[in-house]
Write a protein that binds this ligand. Sequence first.
Ligand SMILES: Cc1cc2nc3c(=O)[nH]c(=O)nc-3n(C[C@H](O)[C@H](O)[C@H](O)COP(=O)(O)O)c2cc1C
Length: 220
Amino acid sequence: MIMKPNTIEPSHLLAALNWRRAIKVFDPDKLIPAETWAALEQALVMSASSYGLQPYRFIVVQDKKIRQQLLPHAWDQRQVVDASHLVIFAARTDVTEQEIDDYIQLIARVRGVSPDSLRNYREMMRDSLLADDFKPVARHWAARQAYIALGNLLTSAALLGVDACPMEGFVPAGFDSVLGLTEQGLTAVVMCALGYRSAADEYSKAAKVRFPASVLVKHV
Ligand SMILES: Cc1cc2nc3c(=O)[nH]c(=O)nc-3n(C[C@H](O)[C@H](O)[C@H](O)COP(=O)(O)O)c2cc1C
C-alpha cells in the first residue's frame, strides 16, 4: 500500500505560491542541483492527463547552442538562454491507434493484468480519441494536457524554492523546426524556464496582482 505522505501547512503552500513570480531576469551562474532537477522532472512525469494517455513530451534543453537558436523565435526573451533549465512542452499533433495500444500495454505490465481485461477501456479511448470529429481538435486537447503539467511544474518548483517563468511568447513553427518536433508528431505549445532569480529582476520585487477571491471564486 502507498502511504499517504506528510502534508505541509496551508500557510507553507500559500507562502510558496505568493513567492512564485514569472521571472524575467535569471542569474545565469546559478544552476539547479541535480537532485532538485530530478524531482522536478518527476513532477512533470507524474502530472495528471485525460485517460492517463500523456499525449506530450517534455523537451529539456540545456545545450546553450540550441537555446541560442531558439532565442530569435522567442522574441529574444533572455530567460531562454539565462535560466538554468528550459523545458519545452510539446503536444501530440494527433492521437494514434499505436499510442492507445502502447498505453494499454503499459497499464497491463505495470498493474500485472492482461491487456484483454482492459478491452473496454481501450474501446472507450478509441471511440472518443480516434473519432473523425475529434481529429481537428486532438492537438488542442493534447495541448490542454500539457498545460496541466506546466501548472504542476510551477507549483512544484515554488515549493522547492526554484524560480520559473512560464512562456508562450514564442513562434511554435520556429521551435518545431529547431527541435525537429514536427517529424515526431509533436508541436511546441508552451515552455518554462527554471533557475534562480537575479537581484536585477525588478518584477519579482513588485506586489502580486490578482483579482480578489470574491471575484475569481464563485460559491453557489
Ligand atoms: C501560459 C503563460 C504564458 C506566459 N508567457 C510569458 C512570456 O512569454 N514571457 C514572460 O515574461 N512571461 C510570460 N508569462 C508570465 C505571466 O505574464 C505572469 O504569469 C503573469 O503576469 C502573472 O504574474 P506571476 O506569475 O508573477 O504571478 C506567461 C504566463 C503563462 C501562464
